[in-house]
Design a protein around this ligand. Structure first.
Ligand code: PRX
Length: 649
């Protein structure tokens, strides 16, 4: 405790401020504050210098071509992401360095791949994909648990110029089918199952269910994680991963890709039911993720870096696979649950591998807080030197706990704000430079400009809440939405004009220029760091024969940030019951996946509506938060609000 108190300063807001510890600062990759000024004044040169750290077949003619809202970075440059993440490190004499550590959930299972071994595995799988008919531009969908083949598969696709589309393994067959259809994938890579909390869970049934109606899929690769447990394959369509790669060559020449060729597609929830296919391209994405990884996490050659995200989300793409491997860092991936076999599993992993940099989510930190100190205290966490947070706002008490209990009061914490669409971290501390305030993601990354606007597009003064915008293009930004440029323009670039990126988050900037992100302002819910569309849940509910109308809103939750709560009007004279509530929850779980299940179903005769019949979700949200819901006189049915409120009490 004494150490903590020695560098606390208090502001008018009574927020603790933590400057970088002197030792850390001295050795940090970035410790000269001039970097902000330099990047601001020389924006394109700044990024060109960063891109030069990668290996290009042909250099670009132009750093940035910005025809708002369309950007091209490193125009006409030729590059391969797989080569940059794997081969070049082997060629630079780091072939024997560990690239990837995989820790299975069963405690006796783990794997280490050096960069040379990774090169072999990636090339073999790439050759296997080619044999299945995958070529440049063909989209390959992955529906896998956290197994090494997922990281290898991404790099194999990148090697042959086939964009990947990873669908989170917890999503439902319907969600997978929609994404296979939208992307017209030729090949699906999936698994028989995986381990979760000590149990074998099946994945193959979901995958085969999803394939019904996904007509573009010609071939399916099945990773046999559970030693070929009782599943049957279709001979002409399906092949086991290990059989596919067994006899393949370890040589596979990487394709020379254009900087602007699509590297991957990642579906994410938006404000309508239909997920958006976010398109990321090659040169800019790799430049943005490798730079931010190196600077934000202060990565050195001997670091043991662990990001606990799932590769099914953008965090895993950018900061388990591409960023770390482009930097030649050792990256760890873990298959399972944080409480198997006991609630100290994360800390056992930190001790086992001597993790130095840990990147996780506030929802996990709050869970660890609830479980108590005794679990981390059982393990040696002294190797940790830097901690990261991502996915949702971190409440200051969780921040302080993370710092004190996990980081023994000495590790800086980088609270990183970004999105699937931004591809890379955009608002973040640089740990050797930035004074930290618990709960604030601090400042935009060097060269970037962010601001808070009011509804009319006016930049707001300090400490006034408004909409978060980004005022400059950045290399890893999304280029479009897959086959839907109108939706791209309309969602991100129409609110304030085509050169202002509308993030969809509410935020404020304080008197020191620090950003405080509050959360989504649209119909997107952030549940335990997972992004879900309330519209998608509502359409899943009305898909059930008993439901006439539904409205889903987020209710604040101590652990998960928010949980979805569904207000439901039943068909005809049907009556709500506990059984029906369970059935509806299960129904949504089946359509979206377990993470989409509403925490509660509230049956109601009516819902607050405007005179034109629009459901006022804002009022329901306030009711759930226990906040004042304001004036209801413009409603068609103002009495319903009081009724709903009294039911909640
Ligand atoms: O609301 C913000 C929240 O997560 C959203 C992006 O979700 P997704 O695309 O799934 O990507 C998550 C991982 C990058 C944002 O619009 N968010 C993310 N990081 C933070 C955050 N909110 C506050 N603080 C953060 N550090």
């Amino acid at each position: 405790m004494a150490e903590k108190e020695s560098h606390i300063k208090t502001t008018l807001e009574d927020t603790n401020i933590y400057p970088p510890p002197e030792e850390f600062k001295k050795n940090a990759n970035i410790n000269d504050p001039e970097i902000y000024k330099y990047a601001e004044e020389n924006y394109e040169e700044f990024w060109a210098e960063r891109a030069e750290k990668l290996d290009w077949y042909e250099k670009w003619d132009k750093v940035l071509e910005w025809n708002p809202p369309y950007a091209k970075w490193f125009v006409n440059g030729k590059i391969n992401a797989s080569y940059n993440c794997v081969d070049r490190h082997v060629e630079n004499g780091k072939g024997d360095k560990t690239a990837l550590i995989w820790e299975g959930e069963p405690t006796d299972e783990s794997k280490k791949l050096t960069f040379s071994e990774l090169q072999d595995e990636v090339s073999k799988f790439a050759n296997g994909l080619k044999e299945l008919g995958v070529g440049k531009g063909d989209i390959v969908t992955f529906y896998l648990p956290m197994v090494p083949e997922l990281a290898i598969g991404l790099l194999a696709c990148a090697r042959i110029g086939a964009p990947h589309s990873v669908v989170f393994g917890g999503f439902s067959p319907k969600a997978l089918r929609d994404r296979l259809q939208d992307s017209k994938s030729k090949v699906l890579v999936t698994a028989d199952g995986y381990y979760r909390r000590g149990k074998k869970l099946k994945m193959w049934e979901n995958a085969t269910d999803a394939l019904e109606g996904a007509d573009s899929v010609e071939k399916v690769v099945v990773v046999d994680r559970l030693e070929r447990d009782d599943i049957s394959l279709e001979e002409d369509r399906d092949v086991y991963y290990h059989d596919l790669v067994e006899d393949k060559s370890t040589e596979c020449e990487p394709e020379k890709m254009d900087s602007e060729d699509m590297l991957f597609l990642m579906y994410t929830s938006g404000t309508t039911g239909k997920p958006k296919g976010v398109v990321h391209t090659t040169g800019g994405y790799l430049t943005g993720t490798s730079t931010t990884h190196k600077w934000v996490f202060d990565i050195k050659d001997d670091d043991m870096y662990w990001c606990t995200a799932d590769i099914g989300w953008i965090t895993g793409h950018s900061y388990i696979v591409y960023g770390p491997l482009a930097n030649g860092a050792t990256t760890i991936m873990y298959e399972g649950s944080p409480d198997y076999p006991d609630k100290d599993r994360f800390w056992q992993i930190v001790e086992k591998y001597g993790v130095t940099v840990l990147y996780t989510a506030p929802t996990a930190i709050r869970l660890f807080m609830k479980w108590g100190k005794k679990y981390p205290e059982r393990c040696d966490l002294s190797t940790l030197r830097l901690l990261g947070s991502v996915g949702e706002p971190i409440n200051p008490s969780a921040w302080e706990w993370y710092r004190d209990v996990i980081g023994s009061g000495k590790c800086p914490i980088v609270d990183t704000w970004w999105q699937t669409e931004t591809g890379m971290i955009l608002i973040t501390p640089l740990p050797g430079l930035t004074d930290l305030k618990p709960g604030s993601a601090t400042r935009p990354f060097p060269g970037l400009k962010a601001d808070i606007y009011d509804a009319g597009g006016k930049s707001l003064p300090a400490n006034q809440g408004g909409y978060l915008v980004i005022n400059r293009p950045w290399p890893a930004m999304l280029r479009t939405l897959y086959e839907d440029p109108e939706r791209y323009e309309q969602t991100y670039w129409s609110e304030y004009g085509p050169d202002v990126y509308f993030a969809g988050d509410g935020a404020r900037v304080d008197q020191d220029g620090y950003f405080w992100v509050v959360g989504r302002i649209d119909d997107v819910l952030n549940v335990a760091g997972h992004r879900l569309s309330t519209m998608e849940m509502e359409s899943a509910l009305v898909d059930h024969e008993a439901v006439a109308e539904a409205a889903v809103v987020g209710k604040p939750d101590d652990l998960k940030g928010h949980v979805p709560v569904a207000y439901v009007i039943l068909e005809g004279d049907r009556k709500g019951s506990d059984e029906l509530a369970q059935e509806l929850r299960a129904h949504v779980g089946k359509i979206i996946g377990p993470i989409g299940k509403p925490a509660a179903i509230r049956f109601s005769e009516d819902l607050p509506k405007t005179r034109s019949g629009k459901i006022m979700r804002r009022i329901l949200k306030k009711l759930e938060a226990g906040e004042d819901y304001g004036d209801t006189s413009t409603l068609r049915n103002p009495d319903i609000v009081e009724q709903l409120k009294s039911k909640l009490e």
